[in-house]
Every structure is written in structure tokens, then in C-alpha cells.
Design a binder for this molecule. Structure first.
Ligand SMILES: [Zn+2]
Length: 251
């Protein structure tokens, strides 16, 4: 008997033996799970595009409750990320970073409905034409916030007093923004246009975001990277891939 049938997003898949794959899924009902997809490789592969990264699928999973590795039965493709990737290099890079972030932040075997809805919202926004770079910042900001890792912008992380509006200064040892009395802060300080972008990110759906300039988007990227790296205690792979791809295209 099947353990469960659930909607899921494919985060990644890796080879197992000659004919199988292990697929890492972000399921709606049980968070991140790993499952063996028998026959997913070889001459007549089963599943086909259903196991491409960020495919939205309906899967049937077999195995013991709480097992580290389940077995994949049916996988019905509900929506492919192909159209997102087709939008160009930025969108393709967004997909790889999206899959990596979701993988890094999703708890194993624990339902995370808000994380799942967030993933669908950002994929839908980029497919509908939103700017991949901005939507990437949106995804980072919300993943950090949903995990309680986004420092409050209006309160000193060291002494709790209100921070004046303007240019909050981040201090690594305090994991937050600090007031003048608790400084000097290690940085970075977020300039006014970065703060404005961040307010948009936390108050608007991803498809509504627009950026007037590149620099606040880049500043936010670098700040989020600081927060993500501090939390995971490792660097993500995709920012490096993005930098290399951007350089390659510029040549
Ligand atoms: Zn303070």
C-alpha cells in the first residue's frame, strides 16, 4: 500500500546505479523527502520530464513511515518549469538557485505549507514575466523570514531600542541591525533605496515587484548571501555559477 500521494516540486535528482535515480522532492504534505525512482534512467526511461528540476508533480510514495529513503511509484507531471527556463539565461539561473535554496531551507519530513506556496508563487511570477533577479531576492527574503532569520529593521538587535528610519547597519555578532550606541557595526549598512526595495518585497506579491535601478537589487543579494551563509554555515553553489555564467556571456 502506498504511504502517501501528494503534490510536490522536484528539487533535484541524482544517478543511482545503471537504471535508477534518487529524487529529492519538496512535498506539500511532508516537506522534503528522498525517493528512489526505479527505471528513471536507461534506454526507455520511465517518468521522463516529470523528474526535471522544479517540475510540479503528483507523486505516489511507498515505504515505511519515517524512512530516510522512500520509493517513487507514479509521478504525474502537473506543471513543467520548462517555460521558465526558456525565458533566457537569467531565468535559467534563477531556477537553479531556487532549487538549491529550497533544498537548503526545507526541513526533512516536516510539512511546510508556506514554503511550498512561496515556491509556487515565485515560479509562477517568473513564468508570467517578472524579473528573475528581483524574484530571486524575494525568495531569499521570504525563506529567511519564514525561518525566523530576517533581522527586524526597526529594532536594535543588541539593546532593543527603536532604530531611526534610514540606513540600518548590520552587525554580524548580534545577527541584526544595531543602534549607534551598540555599534560600531560590522556592516553592511543598507542604503535608503535598499530599504525601500525590502519594504516592497515584504508587502507585495512577487509578480508586482519592479526595480528602478540595479544597485539596490545587487546590494540586497549580497546582504542575503551574508544571512544565508551565516545560517547554513556554508556557501551556496548557485551564486558562483551565476557569476561565472554572467562573465561568460559578457565575453
Ligand atoms: Zn542598541
Amino acid at each position: 500500500m502506498a504511504l502517501l500521494t501528494t503534490e510536490a516540486l522536484v528539487l533535484r535528482a541524482y544517478k543511482l546505479g545503471e537504471t535508477s535515480k534518487v529524487v529529492v522532492l519538496l512535498t506539500r504534505e511532508r516537506g522534503k523527502v528522498r525517493a528512489v525512482a526505479r527505471g528513471a534512467r536507461g534506454g526507455r526511461p520511465r517518468y521522463q520530464s516529470a523528474l526535471e528540476p522544479l517540475s510540479q508533480v503528483r507523486v505516489t510514495l511507498y515505504g515505511r513511515q519515517g524512512a530516510e529513503l522512500l520509493r517513487l511509484g507514479q509521478a504525474e507531471l502537473l506543471h513543467s518549469a520548462f517555460r521558465v527556463g526558456e525565458r533566457g539565461l537569467d531565468a535559467a539561473l534563477f531556477l537553479s538557485s531556487c532549487a538549491e535554496l529550497l533544498d537548503a531551507f526545507s526541513p526533512e519530513g516536516e510539512a511546510d505549507e508556506r514554503g511550498y506556496r512561496l515556491a509556487l508563487a515565485v515560479l509562477g511570477a517568473v513564468e508570467a514575466g517578472a524579473e528573475p533577479e528581483l524574484v530571486g531576492r524575494y525568495l531569499e527574503a521570504w525563506l529567511l523570514r519564514l525561518h525566523g532569520l530576517y533581522p527586524p529593521l526597526d529594532r536594535c538587535a543588541a539593546c532593543g531600542t527603536g532604530l531611526p528610519a534610514g540606513r540600518p547597519e548590520y552587525h554580524r555578532p548580534s545577527h541584526g541591525f544595531v543602534c549607534g550606541a551598540c555599534g560600531p557595526a560590522s556592516g553592511p549598512a543598507l542604503a535608503g533605496d535598499v530599504g525601500a526595495l525590502l519594504r516592497d518585497v515584504f508587502s507585495q506579491p512577487p509578480e508586482k515587484l519592479t526595480a528602478k535601478a540595479r544597485s539596490p537589487v545587487r546590494a540586497l543579494e549580497s546582504f542575503h548571501r551574508t544571512l544565508v551563509t551565516e545560517h547554513l554555515e556554508r556557501d551556496l553553489r548557485s551564486p558562483r555559477v551565476i557569476r561565472e555564467a554572467t562573465r561568460e556571456v559578457a565575453r
